[in-house]
Design a protein around this ligand. Structure first.
Ligand SMILES: NC(=O)c1ccc[n+]([C@@H]2O[C@H](COP(=O)([O-])OP(=O)(O)OC[C@H]3O[C@@H](n4cnc5c(N)ncnc54)[C@H](O)[C@@H]3O)[C@@H](O)[C@H]2O)c1
Length: 350
């Protein structure tokens, strides 16, 4: 019987998010053995920090027999091509969000992992927050009654320097979009996870607060869910100085609000959760504290380790990871054509 300590990980892409993966792997009791970045100095710096081997060509690294799982932390539009290569070497895959930037690439990735019999976990770390799990269970148990309205508002701020800091940032070609594809995707995933699938949506997007990018930095969307409920998405990276990511769920018997990963309001016909109890649900989410901001990654990587050891699907597998991508691509399509779009019908992509 294998244990978590028997699983050996490697990371491709040693940039901003890679420490979340490294710390999560180590703190879950597995081994981090190697990393790769095509910028040598990034690979060396990361390898020295974690005392592991380094590569600048991931195709060399994945030939190693002592690697079981690979975390892909490269720019978004590279995820599918790298995943397909990694899966050929029979390594399980944890891939950052979005899983890639087109549905064709997402499907190729899912198929490659199935054909090679490896597991695929797409990062959506806020699904693992205690606030999300509490609300998901409450909705499933009918505590909010019939769902009526679901709103996601991601009012963040990203400076011009942020967009200028990496050539891929804010590009359609590699970032795949802007305020929604890169930043809003987490809350959009939670909205569809809690409310259920989207039947149709109508959207507007604009690039209003930044130069040298052509992806959206503001978006507004109106939604009809499959269960008949209505909703909205408002996302921006222009809300100076940066407010919160907020999810508001209303049923005919209750309301719940998650603000910056914390359950800040929960009031149903049956119960009003008082502030002290809310604090205890929220404390454990660790959402905004810098020292524990890899908390969600740690839980999702634990889920992947258990999925591999017990030969089950990870909670956010390829099909689950595709859902927010489908919605965001439908938003872009609607904004372009002015039409109402059903996300589960194939969206035409440029
Ligand atoms: N889950 C989250 O909360 C979260 C947060 C930030 C970023 N992300 C995602 O993580 C991914 C990376 O984002 P980031 O902010 O860390 O980017 P980054 O630019 O800081 O880091 C990416 C790294 O990948 C390297 N790289 C690029 N192509 C490579 C290749 N072919 N082989 C090896 N290395 C390569 C780059 O040199 C760079 O060091 C993106 O998909 C992003 O959406 C997720």
């Amino acid at each position: 019987m294998k244990h978590e300590k028997d699983l050996r990980f490697a990371i491709i892409g040693c940039g901003a998010i890679s420490d979340n993966h490294a710390l999560s792997i180590i703190e879950n009791g597995s081994k981090l053995v190697a990393c790769c970045d095509n910028v040598e100095i990034n690979a060396i710096g990361f390898a020295e920090k974690y005392d592991i081997d380094w590569y600048t060509d991931y195709k060399e690294m994945i030939k190693r027999n002592d690697i079981d799982v690979v975390c892909i932390c490269t720019p978004s539009g590279t995820h599918a091509d790298i995943s397909m290569e990694v899966s050929r070497y029979k390594k399980h895959i944890v891939v950052e969000k979005p899983m890639d930037i087109t549905l064709e690439q997402a499907d190729r990735m899912i198929n490659a992992c199935n054909e090679n019999n490896v597991k695929l976990s797409v990062i959506s770390q806020h699904r693992f927050d205690d606030s999300t799990m509490f609300l998901k269970k409450a909705v499933e148990e009918g505590q909010l009654g019939k769902l009526i309205l679901g709103d996601a508002a991601i009012k963040w701020y990203r400076s011009q320097e942020y967009y200028d800091s990496g050539e891929w940032r804010g590009t359609w070609e590699i970032d795949g979009g802007g305020a929604l594809m890169n930043q809003g995707i987490h809350t959009i995933d939670l909205l569809q996870y809690i409310m259920g699938g989207i039947e149709s949506l109508t959207a507007n997007i604009g690039t209003l607060g930044h130069a040298r990018i052509n992806v959206e930095d503001v978006a507004t969307v109106t939604i009809r869910f499959k269960n008949g409920a209505l909703g909205t998405i408002v996302g921006t990276t222009c809300a100076y100085p940066g407010l919160s990511a907020r999810l508001e769920i209303h049923g005919n018997e209750g309301t719940a609000i998650i603000d910056n990963d914390q359950l800040t309001y929960f009031h149903t016909k049956e119960k009003l959760v008082d502030q002290m109890k809310l604090n205890s649900v929220s404390k454990k989410t660790g959402g905004t504290s810098p020292e524990i901001n890899y908390f969600g990654h740690k839980k999702q990587i634990k889920d992947m380790i258990e999925a591999i050891l017990n030969d089950r699907e990870p909670l956010v597998n390829g099909e689950e990871g595709k859902k927010p991508l489908e919605i965001i691509l439908a938003i872009y399509s609607s904004a372009k054509t002015g039409e109402t779009v059903n996300p589960s019908q194939k969206v035409e992509q440029e």
